[in-house]
Design a protein around this ligand. Structure first.
Ligand SMILES: *Cc1c(COP(=O)(O)O)cnc(C)c1O
Length: 398
C-alpha cells in the first residue's frame, strides 16, 4: 500500500491516516460526513431514539452481590450483554448505518471475528433495508457456526476468508479491499476503535453512551464514583466506551484487560499493549504484535473477539500517558471466570468479557470493602457455550 500520513485523528504519536491514495477520498468524505452529522441535533436525536427503542438502552448497572462477597468489594456489572443482539456492538452499528443512510450509501461492508459485529451489522442492514456483506476468517467461521447462520438469516452475504490464520486481521484486509472497489455506494462498518481516522474517534463516540450511563447510574446508586473500572480489550471499543466519561476523574482507575492466550511468555496471545511495539496496521499507527522485520505476528485467544494483533490508537496513548492501565488474562483464567460468573450470578458472559471478570478475581488481594468496582460485561456467552463445553470436556479427560 502506498501510504500518506496526515495529522488527522492523532492520539499522541498514535492514530492518523495511513491509507492508499485511492481510498483517501472515501476516508475524507466519511470524516467530513461524521463531523457534520454529530453537530446536527436531529442526527444525534435519531441515534439516541434507536439506542433506546431498538437496542434497549439504557443497559442496566447491576450490583452483583454474590460476586461482591467472593472478592470482598462492591462489584457492579454494566450489562451490555442485555442489548439487542447480545453485546455493545449494536451501539456502533446503529450509529454507522444511520450515517451511511445519510450519506446515501445503501450497501454495508463489515468484518467480523466472533461474529457479534457481523450479526450487529447484518441486523441494522435488515432494519434499514440495506444490502450487507460480511467477511469472516475461516477459523472464526468454524468457531462461530451459529453466528454465521444468524447473519444469513438476517439477509446478509457471508464471505469466508481463508488467507493467513483465517481470523479477524485477514477479514479486515478483505473488507478494506471491497470498500476500495465499491466506496461510491458502500460504507465500511468497522467494528472497533481501530483503523484509519475517523474510525477510532467515530466508533468511540458511538460507544461513549456506555460510560455516560454508567457514571450517572453509579452516582444515583452509590453517591460516588467507582474506584475501578474493568473492561476487556480487543480493538478496544467497549473499553473506550466505558472509560471515556471517566477520563477527567483521575481518582477512577481504568483497567483494560487484554488476552494473554496461553501466556504472555509464549507466542500465543494477543496482548498488543503488554507485548506489542510501535507500527502501522489497517491505516493507523499503534502498538501491535510483530516480528523484528515488521511482519504482523500471529495472535491467539480462546475468544475470537479478542483475537486481533493490534489495538486502537487511543488505548496505546492512554497506556503511554499512564491514564489507563493494561493487564492480561489467560485463556484458562477466562474459562474459569466464565464458569464462576455463571455459577455465582446466573449470568453467562461472553468469553471476551470473561477476561475482565478474570482480572477482577486476580485483583482480589488489592481490593477492600471500600472498593467500588464496575466490570463492563460487553456481551453474553451463548455464542461460546459450545466452545467452552469442548474445552471443559478436554480438561476432564486430561
Ligand atoms: C467484539 C467484542 C469484544 C472486543 O471488541 P472491543 O472493540 O475490544 O470491545 C469484546 N466483547 C464482546 C462481547 C465482543 O463482541
Amino acid at each position: 500500500m502506498s501510504q500518506a500520513a496526515t495529522d488527522a485523528g492523532r492520539f499522541g504519536r498514535f492514530g492518523g491516516q495511513y491509507v492508499p491514495e485511492n481510498l483517501m477520498a472515501a476516508v475524507e468524505e466519511l470524516a467530513a460526513a461524521f463531523d457534520v452529522a454529530m453537530a446536527d441535533p436531529q442526527f444525534v436525536e435519531e441515534f439516541n431514539d434507536y439506542l433506546r427503542d431498538y437496542a434497549g438502552r439504557p443497559s442496566l448497572l447491576y450490583r452483583a452481590d454474590r460476586l461482591s462477597e467472593e472478592v470482598g468489594a462492591t462489584v457492579y456489572l454494566k450489562r451490555e450483554d442485555l442489548n439487542h443482539t447480545g453485546s455493545h456492538k449494536i451501539n456502533n452499528t446503529l450509529g454507522q448505518a444511520l450515517l451511511a443512510r445519510r450519506m446515501g450509501k445503501r450497501r454495508l461492508i463489515a468484518e467480523t471475528g466472533a461474529g457479534m459485529h457481523g450479526v450487529a451489522t447484518a441486523t441494522v442492514a435488515a432494519l434499514f433495508g440495506m444490502e450487507c456483506v460480511v467477511y469472516m476468517g475461516t477459523e472464526d467461521v468454524r468457531r462461530q457456526e451459529l453466528n454465521v447462520f444468524r447473519m444469513q438469516l438476517l439477509g446478509s452475504e457471508m464471505v469466508p476468508v481463508s488467507a493467513g490464520s483465517g481470523t479477524l486481521k485477514e477479514a479486515i484486509n478483505e473488507a478494506i479491499r471491497d470498500w476500495m472497489e465499491n466506496c461510491q455506494r458502500s460504507h465500511y462498518v468497522l467494528g472497533s476503535v481501530c483503523g484509519t481516522h475517523p474510525y477510532p474517534t467515530m466508533v468511540r463516540e458511538f460507544q461513549t453512551v456506555i460510560g455516560r450511563e454508567t457514571r450517572q447510574q453509579c452516582l444515583e446508586r452509590e453517591g460516588r464514583l467507582p474506584s475501578h473500572i474493568l473492561a476487556c480489550v480487543g480493538g478496544g471499543s467497549n473499553a473506550i466506551g466505558i472509560f471515556h466519561a471517566f477520563l477527567a476523574d483521575t481518582e477512577v482507575q481504568l483497567i483494560g484487560v487484554e488476552a494473554a492466550g496461553r501466556g504472555l511468555d509464549t507466542d500465543l496471545h494477543c496482548a498488543s499493549i503488554g507485548r506489542g511495539t510501535f507500527g502501522v496496521l489497517h491505516g493507523a499507527a499503534s502498538l501491535m504484535l510483530q516480528d523484528e522485520d515488521g511482519q504482523v505476528a500471529p495472535s491467539h485467544s480462546v475468544s475470537a473477539g479478542l483475537d486481533y494483533p493490534a489495538v486502537g490508537p487511543e488505548h496505546a496513548y492512554l497506556h503511554e500517558t499512564g491514564r489507563a492501565e493494561y493487564v492480561a488474562a489467560t485463556d484458562e483464567q477466562a474459562i474459569d471466570a466464565f464458569v464462576r460468573l455463571s455459577e455465582l450470578e446466573g449470568i453467562i458472559p461472553a468469553l471476551e468479557s470473561a477476561h475482565a471478570v478474570a482480572h477482577l478475581f486476580a485483583m482480589k488481594d488489592q481490593l477492600d470493602p471500600d472498593s467500588l468496582v464496575i466490570v463492563n460485561l460487553s456481551g453474553r456467552g451463548d455464542k461460546d457455550c459450545q466452545e467452552v463445553r469442548q474445552i471443559l470436556e478436554q480438561r476432564g479427560n486430561e
